[in-house]
Design a protein around this ligand. Structure first.
Ligand SMILES: [Cu+2]
Length: 161
């Protein structure tokens, strides 16, 4: 009986953490959704992606990012250089007034350097974003291969190993 209670409690906890993944974050007039991160080895830089909706009448921009789990986080974009796609650091990521900005593979992204420990798929990677107008917000990026919102195959909890 006690074991059964424990199992129910564990299931309840699991569903709380799953629903937290789908949550959007809001700071001022800026909404952030579908935040996820691609992590390979601890020794390699990781990348984070998200969809940002600036609902304000004025433009905003991301001016800085950081993570308590990493040495530093840079703002990056991709650009073509003599026919070769390269990443480069940018000073800021522009968020047009009443507009959507997507950070995605092959485009704008956050580059995460110096992970302080191994981060596994399915974990949440904490990030802090600083917007020029909207201020600071702490968000969680789900570690995986794509955005949680588009992942309908990730329900493998408790299945055979
Ligand atoms: Cu990069």
């Amino acid at each position: 009986m006690k074991l059964k209670t424990l199992l129910i409690a564990a299931t309840a906890l699991a569903s709380i953490s799953v629903s937290a993944v789908a949550d959007d974050y809001k700071v001022g007039q800026v909404m952030i959704a579908d935040t996820w991160a691609r992590v390979t080895l601890q020794s390699r830089p990781a990348a984070a992606y998200m969809k940002i909706h600036n609902m304000a009448e004025t433009a905003d921009k991301i001016v800085a990012a950081s993570s308590p789990l990493a040495d530093r986080v840079e703002l990056h974009t991709h650009s073509m250089d003599d026919g070769v796609m390269r990443m480069r650091q940018v000073e800021e990521i522009a968020l047009p007034a009443k507009g959507h900005t997507e950070l995605k593979p092959g485009g704008l992204h956050l580059m995460i350097f110096g992970l302080k420990r191994e981060v596994k798929k399915g974990e949440m990677l904490p990030l802090k974003l600083t917007f020029k107008e909207a201020g600071e917000v702490e968000i969680m990026a789900k570690v995986g291969n794509k955005a949680a919102g588009s992942d309908h195959s990730g329900h493998s909890h408790g299945q055979t190993q």
